[in-house]
Unconditional design. Structure first.
Length: 254
């Protein structure tokens, strides 16, 4: 993170409710204002996550997505509108973020990230949010985060279920591949287009992703470092599973 930000009267009014939270206060708000967060995927997860991070006053958001807005997206991808049909999702989400909070600096990466661009996108970020829907993207993003020493906050949702985990290998924690060792896993079982998903389900997971990001950025101890939160929103039940680093994981730092 950069140096301390100076909050003006407008900031104090805008963020007054979260400034009352003892774990945030002025110091936490200044930390948010100097933070850079990369959000990969501006679909059902990335939309609410990006909007809540913008509303909370994160200083810089990098939004990466190469897909375009389709009519079937609007059931759950709340940053996009009918007026933006056919537009790039990162650009569409950037408009929503700027309309919500003009003080947030938005960097738009309107393309699918390959290995080289993934490394460049992660570089300089304080935290990365994986809101993608492809295992190949998740594994490539994991490798880039491990190499850069940047924590990866990953969310996933399908049907009425979801999971959330924070992978922080720089502090000795496991990586995404410790949870999913098969880097060539089939995406078909995880695709919303094949299996369906309710809009509020990705809204819950994206909101939790933003919450954990804010907690991490203001200096609170993340509850999901080295753990996976599993949610069954049909029964409104959840489990928190401890995840250990795999000794034979090829992506973890040596």
């Amino acid at each position: 993170m950069g140096g301390a930000a100076v909050l003006d009267d407008s900031d104090l009014e805008r963020y007054s409710r979260q400034l009352l939270v003892p774990e945030v206060d002025i110091a936490g708000q200044e930390a948010l204002a100097t933070a850079t967060v990369l959000v990969v995927g501006l679909g059902g997860l990335g939309c609410p996550a990006a909007l809540y991070l913008a509303a909370a006053g994160v200083g810089t958001l990098r939004l990466a997505d190469g897909d375009r807005v389709e009519l079937s997206n609007l059931q759950r991808q709340v940053a996009h509108t009918e007026a933006g049909l056919g537009d790039n999702k990162a650009e569409s989400a950037a408009r929503a973020v700027r309309a919500l909070n003009h003080r947030v600096e938005v960097e738009v990466l309107a393309r699918h990230l390959d290995a080289d661009s993934m490394d460049a996108a992660v570089r300089g970020a304080d935290l990365v949010l994986d809101a993608s829907d492809r295992f190949a993207t998740r594994h490539a993003l994991n490798r880039a985060c491990v190499a850069a020493g940047v924590p990866l906050l990953s969310a996933a949702a399908i049907r009425m279920e979801g999971q959330l985990a924070l992978f922080d290998t720089a502090r000795g924690g496991p990586c995404y591949r410790c949870l999913y060792p098969d880097a060539a896993a089939d995406d078909s079982n995880a695709a919303c287009a094949e299996n369906g998903v309710l809009g509020p389900v990705v809204g819950v997971l994206g909101s939790l992703q933003a919450l954990e990001a804010i907690k991490y950025l203001v200096g609170m101890e993340p509850g999901l470092r080295g753990a996976v939160l599993m949610l069954d929103l049909r029964s409104l039940s959840m489990q928190r599973l401890v995840l250990e680093r795999r000794r034979d994981c090829p992506d973890c730092p040596r």
